[in-house]
Design a binder for this molecule. Structure first.
Ligand SMILES: O=C(O)CCC(=O)C(=O)O
Length: 257
């Protein structure tokens, strides 16, 4: 699929799948990173490996700033691109938690709501192991609906306060190393993982550097082009320290991309 087709499908449906974006070596490193995170944070559920846990992690920065990922979103965001947030949602075999129906824009302090998500498949993701599900076209009116708290076993602990007609939903099947993109207004979620295989995705939120994160000193990363003075906070790149960080190909030769 060429860039124009990716944009056309995304605009029409609110999401699009692009297979084969990163190579198998980097995908294997990301899989190893998840194992390593599990050893480093044994008390954190692997669906909750959030921005704050990985923000100083050189491998994570190397992955999020990979030019093959940024090339996919440049036609949407233009040449000046920053990473606003990222979160590994790794659903372990048999008891991986669901993500209830929601719209991302409901959660984000962004002005304007100009942002795009890349969901990178660290593992093969399909209906058996709890792939993402979306309501195609639900982004079109750019309405953010009310959400409510939802206790219990689910990743976000909240959900859309609206009945979703599940017969209109589509499964987003993505092979490891591929990505799906989705719009901040799109209604989406995912089922529990009841299979014997892990389902890990890295969800990456990218903004043009003109979008303001309305949270003081929230760490953003410049991925391509230029920052805008006075908008957003860009801390220096973390340094790789053996023993403290996950080792990866080229870790001692920053910048990694
Ligand atoms: O990984 C999932 O199952 C859900 C991801 C999601 O809701 C998102 O990336 O916005």
């Amino acid at each position: 699929m060429n860039g124009a087709e990716i944009v056309r499908r995304y605009e029409e449906d609110g999401y699009v799948v692009v297979p084969g974006v990163i190579d198998s070596e980097l995908t294997a490193e990301a899989q190893g990173h998840i194992e390593w995170m599990g050893e480093k944070h044994p008390d954190v559920r692997p669906e909750q490996y959030h921005h704050h846990l990985i923000v100083d992690d050189p491998f994570w920065i190397r992955l999020c700033t990979d030019p093959r990922l940024i090339d996919v979103i440049e036609p949407f965001l233009g040449p000046d691109i920053a990473l606003f947030a990222a979160h590994y949602i790794s659903k372990p075999p048999r008891d991986g938690q669901p993500v209830l129906w929601h719209q991302d824009g409901n959660y984000w302090p962004l002005e304007p709501m100009e942002v795009i998500t890349i969901w990178l498949a660290v593992d093969d993701s399909n209906p058996e192991n709890g792939c993402m599900r979306v309501v195609p076209g639900s982004h079109r009116d750019q309405n953010l609906f009310k959400h409510r708290a939802s206790d219990g076993e689910n990743v976000l602990r909240s959900e859309l306060d609206l009945k979703v007609d599940e017969s209109t939903a589509a499964d987003v099947v993505v092979p490891a190393g591929g990505v799906s993109l989705h719009d901040p207004y799109l209604i989406h979620g995912s089922e529990a993982n009841r299979s014997d295989r892990r389902r890990c995705g890295l969800t990456l939120r990218y903004i043009p550097t003109t979008t303001r994160i309305k949270r003081e000193n929230f760490p953003a990363y410049l991925c391509r082009g230029r920052a805008v003075e006075g908008i957003n906070h860009y801390p220096p790149l973390p340094r790789f320290r053996a023993g403290e960080h996950y080792p990866f190909n080229g870790c001692d030769r920053p910048p990694w991309n």
